[in-house]
Design a protein around this ligand. Sequence first.
Ligand SMILES: *Cc1c(COP(=O)(O)O)cnc(C)c1O
Length: 461
Amino acid sequence: MSEKEIPYKIYLSESEVPKAWYNVRAEMKNKPAPLIHPGTHQVLKFDDLRPIFCDELVKQELNDTDPWIDIPEEIRGFYRMYRPSPLVRAYCLEKKLGTPAKIYYKFEGNNTSGSHKLNSSIAQAYYAKQQGLKGVTTETGAGQWGTALSMACAYFGLDCKVFMVKCSYEQKPFRREVMRTYGASVTPSPSMTTEVGKKMNAEFPGTTGSLGCAISEAVECATKNPGYRYVLGSVLSQVLLHQTVIGLEAKAAMDKYDIVPDIIIGCAGGGSNLGGLISPFMGQKLRGERDYQIIAVEPASCPSFTRGVFAYDFCDTGHVCPLAKMYTLGSEFMPSANHAGGLRYHGMSSILSQLYHDKLIEARSVEQTSVFEAAEYFARVEGILPAPESSHAIRVAIDEAIKCKETGEAKTILFGLTGTGYFDLKAYEAYNDHKMSDYIPTDADLKKSIDAIPHFPGNLM
Ligand SMILES: *Cc1c(COP(=O)(O)O)cnc(C)c1O
């Protein structure tokens, strides 16, 4: 098929919204390590996880054998309100860069929550409703996940309790009000409503909170309130599974025009969007059918892949959650206060961690001023105001396209554009006012939190 025939936007039809999620774990030779108990280090089974998560989601979390998991019709119905999402050929960006590379991005920002997180929140809310639960609890940092979850809970008539990191609660009143409009209750964390929160407030008076602490509060709230379960917007394997709708749609759209990406790029916070985007391509790679260069992009100020260690670690600061084996900077790691660009979680999906460990994907870290430079360039050329998180992927896509210009190679690049930046205007303001700086932690900074990762036989020993 000739180049000219590829449209700016490749849309699938509604009936092409995937009917099943793709579970890449089924095809991984080296499976991601199982979750273990933080005290006993025993592998956690269905019954151990049931008090925290919904039953069906526990099954998905533990399932590393079934390659396909059906998407219930109710979830597909909701997906069809905003999916399929467009796969966009970035003709304008290519032209502006003067690159022979062909650049595509899968845009997940076309829904009110403004990001891909809705793909998982609607699934998690559905299973909670199916189980007859009253509601769910969660944490949110920047607010995208809390927003996505409150939309999903409103749709299924579930109560939604969000613990929002205090500094975001104060700095992002707009996000907070969107969540409240969808009926969620939003509590600044650390709060005085949980034991963990009271302890944090006593130990660190005036603290503006952290994601790790908000997670501990949300888990405690779920386990202490009958009829509630905890839900999480990233990191877990079930979340990555739900996000495979991104990759399945992207691949189906590309297949229609016989487009094969050479490089696939995504930003990595907890790894769910990148994992979801690459899963069907990784399946081919694992089966030896095709090779792809896959690049995870993370902030230089929170470099889990590029400078972390591969070990069992706590998922939360309160140390109430299971231990996961992942690339981590240590649960006590806090990115510097000048870090505005999201992706600030200390750990990483155990699926992506295993793939990275097995050298099936690579990782790159980028500094935030160069990320915002790319965001501004992209906004001016392609029109979309990107989320700072997504802009990490834009940075590396542009870098790779520039390399193609130098070498004359016409590579095909696919990247995930995970969301819009309308609620990140404080960060854009800092960039526009030239008040944004870069911070790269020193080895000594990282050593402190890495040394606090639990040592036990088989882990860092
Ligand atoms: C949450 C978020 C991310 C990072 O989360 P992953 O689990 O790594 O995908 C990236 N982009 C946007 C817009 C987000 O809201």
